[in-house]
Design a protein around this ligand. Structure first.
Ligand code: COA
Length: 437
């Protein structure tokens, strides 16, 4: 049968398609902006059909109707990240968090969390019958390849992006055609603090570097200060709108990349419609599954690799808590440690954790003597390299505990430096204390 006939034979409505989900099954949902909104709505609308369906995903844009109060009998959330629409459910015990490095999610789906159903969103098929996973390749493609049943929303607004990012229509169990905009991430607000942070981080980026950037205001602020650099490359878990100007200016061209030369490499994308138009059918942009992009052994193959991520707090030894505020699971480890580890093995690599010096409207310091009770360490003191705040840069790698503490205190908010110094004196013999580095 030709692919067109196969495609036609699988077309159905969203309402019909989600009836393939059985009570008690594990459903893996396409990631972030790639989450299939129409399928999720159809599933929630028929909630009475389901008992104890386990919903697994990382970020998921949209309202997440299955996470609301009163849904727990039908759906149980098992998060491999905690985000805006499911934080409350996890906090209130109506959902759980499973710790795991981002690059290992596909392995999780092979071993401990086998996938019954993958609910995904893809582009319409190309002339050879392949749909693109578009903005979310990450764990979405591996989950679809492992699932017993694959239900796909084929959206004509999903950008077509190449790389290792395609699935043939014959591999889909049910297909629902849609034509809806891809959900957008509001552009972050870049204030004076972020600009200062951006300037310090950019000062660490040498010409010819390859970058990994996280989500939000700080990465976008960094990009603002890279306009005078030359021959930068991208090998990043994700990128957003902030990158487009640098590509158009010729600053980011991938010319000096030692892996995937000339390609803008990512595993997922989130941004505005401008980003989605930029990446659609763009031969420069290549998406690969997360077990490739984020694997430390792949990351390390990029010379002059620089990773830029953020955190919740850092203690005076350089232990970085990036995913929990004390006992409260705020997000997840995501790809932070994947990149920190890969960068540390890369020739000329630098890993940067950039954070405002304070949180909660300036009331708390993010540089602390001890992490909050119950906080999870994301990046360990053995892995940490540079910490940056709006007050400067603290190099930590290769330094003693005493030197680390002094370097960190020097970039803390001035209001907290005195109390941090008191802790320093309590902990270390003041007479023997050398200056910071
Ligand atoms: N004590 C108390 N509250 C704190 C706090 C602290 N030490 N640190 C942060 N908060 C509060 C903030 O005040 C803010 O609350 P508000 O919105 O009411 O003001 C909230 O927590 C969020 O903090 P913020 O720093 O604005 O979060 P963010 O959206 O910039 O995300 C991380 C920062 C660290 C949570 C995020 O980068 C992350 O999840 N990182 C781990 C994963 C990762 O690095 N992945 C790789 C890149 S995608």
């Amino acid at each position: 049968m030709d692919w067109q006939s196969i495609y036609q034979s699988k077309l159905t409505s969203a309402e019909e398609a989600v009836r393939a989900i059985q009570s008690g099954q594990r459903v893996v949902v396409g990631h972030a902006a790639g989450a299939p909104q129409q399928l999720l709505k159809a599933m929630v609308a028929q909630k009475e059909r389901y008992q104890g369906v386990e919903m697994v995903h990382m970020l998921c844009l949209g309202d997440g109707g299955y996470l609301g109060e009163g849904m727990e009998e039908h759906f149980r959330f098992n998060g491999i990240f905690v985000g805006a629409n499911n934080r409350k459910a996890v906090e209130e015990g109506r959902g759980d968090y499973t710790p795991c490095f981002f690059h290992e999610f596909p392995k999780l789906f092979q071993k401990q969390l086998p996938v019954d159903v993958a609910l995904i969103q893809v582009s319409r098929p190309d002339e050879n019958g392949f749909c693109s996973f578009g903005v979310s390749c990450d764990y979405t493609k591996p989950a679809a390849e492992l699932a017993k049943v694959v239900i796909a929303e084929a959206n004509d607004r999903m950008p077509y992006i190449g790389g290792d990012n395609l699935i043939h229509v014959s591999k889909l169990t049910h297909i629902v055609e849609t034509s809806v905009p891809i959900l957008e991430l509001p552009l972050p607000k870049i204030g004076e603090t972020e600009k200062k942070l951006g300037e310090y981080v950019a000062s660490l980026v040498e010409d010819g570097s390859t970058l990994q950037l996280g989500i939000g205001a700080i990465p976008d602020a960094v990009l603002m200060f890279l306009k005078d650099k030359k021959d930068l490359g991208i090998h990043s878990e994700m990128f957003s709108d902030g990158l487009i100007d640098l590509v158009e200016l010729g600053v980011v061209n991938g010319r000096q990349k030692s892996l995937h030369q000339g390609e803008l490499v990512a595993t997922f994308l989130m941004g505005s419609q401008r980003l989605y138009d930029f990446v659609n059918n763009n031969p420069l942009v290549k998406m690969y599954p997360v077990n490739h992009v984020n694997h430390p052994c792949v990351v390390m193959q990029n010379h002059k690799m620089v990773s830029i991520n953020s955190c919740i707090e850092v203690d005076l030894m350089g232990q970085v808590a990036s995913e929990s505020i004390g006992l409260k699971q705020f997000s997840g480890v995501g790809g932070q440690v994947d990149f920190v580890r890969g960068v540390s093995m890369a020739e000329g690599g630098k890993s940067i954790i950039a954070t405002p010096a304070t949180a909660a409207g300036g009331k708390v310091s993010r540089i602390v003597p001890f992490l909050a009770h119950g906080a999870a360490v994301s990046t360990s003191r053995n892995d940490v390299d540079y910490i940056v705040t709006e007050y400067g840069i603290a190099p930590l790698k290769g330094l003693t505990l005493r030197q680390r503490a002094l370097n960190l205190i020097a970039i803390a908010h001035p209001d907290f430096r005195e109390s941090l110094m008191e802790e320093f004196h309590r902990r270390f013999a003041p007479a023997a204390a050398p200056a910071g580095v």
